[in-house]
Structures are given as structure tokens and as C-alpha cells.
Design a protein around this ligand. Structure first.
Ligand SMILES: Cc1ncc(COP(=O)(O)O)c(C=O)c1O
Length: 402
């Protein structure tokens, strides 16, 4: 029987997606044909969740934590996360400032629903996590991208673009410090300048700190910690990266109690509550033995060093060494010229088919901005062990040299 398709609601035309998932599908297809694939496209992790977290979750299930829990999350977890973020951010937070979510990602849409009216302008990074643009436009906002430029040691915020975009209709700033995909990290001076901009224009701020703990040296700093910022900021927190829990789906929104209450009400309407027993695993993660996350960082650091070293040996490729995140954003303009490739898709397909190396490009993280000349790709090393990094990047180098 042929069923006539039902008309899809108009709003869905404004909903974006993560085009990086298409890269995964292509890589899987190529692999299914019998080819070796080196997966640098994945923002996912191939590392195990620390055993104490797994055990605590099992125990919670056995102890009967299989029913609904409060919409804003298990009280002990809200308390522990408030204490954790108070300490790391020099803030004075309590459980009323924390609402537990099924991952960090849902915080983005719920933040928009809570704080953005149709027609409001929202500043967001491009290249950046594609869900920002999707959720802004889906909920009727006006998306204003700002970019990053190459500095001496890493990417830096393009304040010229930011200042040019902001207008009296701008209401919201989305800021991802320890940034996906560039690995950028704002200096104290950049954070001060951003805070000044947010205060001057009376902006609400989403501080996406998904990679806060994925750091190899130095200490993470938050825009929300600057004077006058906590009252206008919501921090996106996630258990996904630090504890290798991407598929467990647990995160939180941390901010002013009035906004947290609104987000908890959205939870009532959406998923009722986040996975109950998983929250006891997360509680163990925050308060228990820390050797698991330390080992995750040790492994990631070794991968980062291997990756950066080998990428910089490839002719036409130039890569910074970010102190945080598990992403690299090498410049490949010269490589593309060398190989006579004019589009990102040509580069990606050629690399996959001739070397097996799979990665995302700048365009998977938003539209190119006016005046953007250099070409970049994103290498994630969270899902590929050192021997495969060496093998894959060895092949890429030989191809570049040929
Ligand atoms: C910048 C950024 N924010 C938020 C998330 C959401 O992660 P999750 O929903 O797994 O917590 C991700 C995931 O890759 C990310 O890269």
C-alpha cells in the first residue's frame, strides 16, 4: 500500500542537523567495502567509563533506582555538582542552581526556549558546534555568527567580527570556551572583553563548557566567573567527556535559580527526568576515586602529542597544540593547492579513498564567514588509539608528498 506523505510542519524547515554524522556514515560504508579507515571524524570516545561509575550505576539499579526521579535531578547529584562548579569557578552555587539534563546538548535548546523570543538576535561561534545555529533558527531567533582567527599559539576570538555583529536587538551570546572544533581557549583578556560586551549590551550568556575538564596543562577559566556574569550566565555542563559517558546521556544546566526552574519545567514536558540510576554513577564520578578521569586525560594527551607532531610533518599542513579539548583544527590551504583540490568535499573524499583517513571539515561547523580565506579541517583524536593515529597520518603524509 502506498501511503501519501503527511505534510511536515513549517518549523521543521528551520531545524538544522550535525552534518558530521554523514561523514561517519560515509566512513562506515568505505570500511564495509573492506578498506582500512582511520576515524578522526568522530567526536565520540573509544575509552571505557571508569569502573567505579559503572559499579555505582549497577548498584543504584539493584537498589531500586529504576523509577522516576525529581524533574530537576537527584538531590545529591545537584548538590555535588553545585559544590564541584562552585569550587572550580569560584562561585557560590547551591542545588537550586543545578538542573540535571539527559546530556549537555539539550541545554542548548532549553536555554533558547527559556530566554530567547522570536526575532531576538543571538551571537554564536562559527566554526562552532552546529546545534547552536539549528536551535536559534528553529526557535525563531536570528543567528549572528562570529569567528576565530589564528593567533600566535592558538586560535583567538575575532572581536572585529563580534563587535560588527552586535546590535540593539542582540539578546544572547553563546560562548564555547575550550572550543569545538578549533581547540581555542580564551585568555583572561579575551574573557574580560567578552564580559564587558555582555554587560554593555545586557546579554544573557550560554557558557558551553563541555570540555572544561579535558585539559592537559594550565587551568580552565570561565566567563561566568567574571564580575556581574554569574547572574546572566547558564553553564552547560556534561558528564560525557570527562568520564567517557557520551552514550549514558547526562549533563546539566547551571545558573540562576529562576532559569533553572524554567528548565526543570521544560523537563516535565519533555523527558520527565534524566535516567535515574545513571545519576548515581555520575555522583560517584564527581565525589569518588578520580584515577579514571586522570587515566582518560593521560591517554588523550599522548594522542594529542602524536597527532600534532605528525600533522605538522605533512607538507601544506599547519597545526596548533591546544592545551584542552580533544580536537585539532589544522590549516590545510597549502595541502589543497598542492593536490589541486578546490573544495572541502574533494579533499575529504580524496583523503578517505586514497589513505583511509576520515575527518570533518570547517563546513561541518557552520557556513564560511565573509572574508574567510584559509581552509581548515577538524581532527578528533578521542576515538582513535596511538598506533592507528601513526598509521593513518603516515599514509596521509605519503599521499601529500606524492
Ligand atoms: C561544544 C559542545 N557542546 C555540547 C556538546 C554536547 O555533548 P553531550 O550532549 O554529549 O553532553 C558537545 C558534544 O560533542 C560539544 O562538542
Amino acid at each position: 500500500m502506498t501511503i501519501s506523505p503527511l505534510p511536515i510542519a513549517e518549523r521543521i524547515s528551520r531545524l538544522g542537523t550535525e552534518t558530521a554524522f554523514a561523514v561517519s556514515a560515509e566512513a562506515a560504508e568505505w570500511q564495509a567495502l573492506g578498506h582500512a579507515v582511520y576515524p578522526f571524524h568522530l567526536g565520540d570516545m573509544d575509552l571505557a567509563t571508569p569502573e567505579n561509575i559503572v559499579e555505582a550505576s549497577f548498584k543504584a539499579l539493584r537498589d531500586g533506582k529504576n523509577g522516576y526521579c525529581p524533574n530537576a535531578g537527584v538531590a545529591a547529584l545537584r548538590e555535588a555538582l553545585a559544590a564541584d562548579i562552585s569550587a572550580s569557578h569560584s562561585l557560590d552555587l547551591g542545588p537550586q542552581n543545578v538542573v540535571i539534563e539527559p546530556g549537555g546538548k539539550p541545554v542548548i535548546g532549553k536555554f533558547m526556549l527559556a530566554l530567547m523570543n522570536p526575532g531576538d538576535e543571538v551571537l554564536y561561534p562559527s566554526p562552532g558546534y552546529p546545534i547552536y545555529e539549528s536551535q536559534i533558527e528553529f526557535h525563531g531567533g536570528v543567528a549572528l555568527p562570529y569567528g576565530y582567527v589564528e593567533g600566535r599559539e592558538n586560535f583567538e576570538l575575532d572581536f572585529t567580527a563580534l563587535d560588527a555583529q552586535v546590535s540593539p536587538r542582540t539578546r544572547i551570546l553563546i560562548f564555547n570556551n575550550l572550543q569545538n572544533p578549533t581547540g581555542a581557549e580564551s585568555s583572561p583578556a579575551e574573557l574580560e572583553r567578552l564580559a564587558e560586551l555582555a554587560l554593555r549590551h545586557d546579554l544573557a550568556v550560554l557558557c558551553d563548557e563541555a570540555y572544561w575538564d579535558i585539559r592537559y596543562s594550565g587551568a580552565s577559566k570561565s566567563l561566568a566567573s567574571l564580575p556581574g556574569m554569574a547572574e546572566r550566565s547558564v553553564i552547560l555542563y556534561t558528564f560525557s567527556k570527562k568520564f567517557a559517558m557520551t552514550g549514558w546521556r547526562l549533563g546539566a544546566a547551571v545558573g540562576p535559580a529562576a532559569i533553572v526552574e524554567v528548565i526543570a519545567k521544560l523537563n516535565v514536558n519533555d523527558e520527565s527526568c534524566s535516567n535515574h540510576f545513571v545519576q548515581y554513577g555520575a555522583l560517584e564520578g564527581l565525589t569518588g576515586d578520580q584515577s579514571g578521569p586522570q587515566e582518560i586525560i593521560r591517554i588523550l594527551r599522548e594522542r594529542r602529542d602524536t597527532c600534532v607532531g605528525l600533522l605538522n610533518q605533512i607538507p601544506g599542513v599547519s597545526c596548533f597544540t591546544p592545551a584542552a579539548t580533544f580536537y585539532l583544527f589544522p590549516r590545510v590551504t597549502e595541502l589543497m593547492e598542492r593536490k589541486g583540490l578546490s573544495t572541502y568535499d574533494e579533499l575529504r573524499r580524496a583523503a578517505l579513498e586514497e589513505t583511509g583517513v576520515s575527518f570533518c571539515t570547517r563546513l561541518h561547523f557552520g557556513r564560511a564567514l565573509p572574508g574567510e580565506k584559509e581552509r581548515y579541517v577538524r581532527f578528533a583524536y578521542s576515538g582513535i588509539p596511538v598506533p592507528l593515529i601513526e598509521e593513518g597520518l603516515g599514509r596521509l603524509k605519503a599521499w601529500a608528498e606524492a
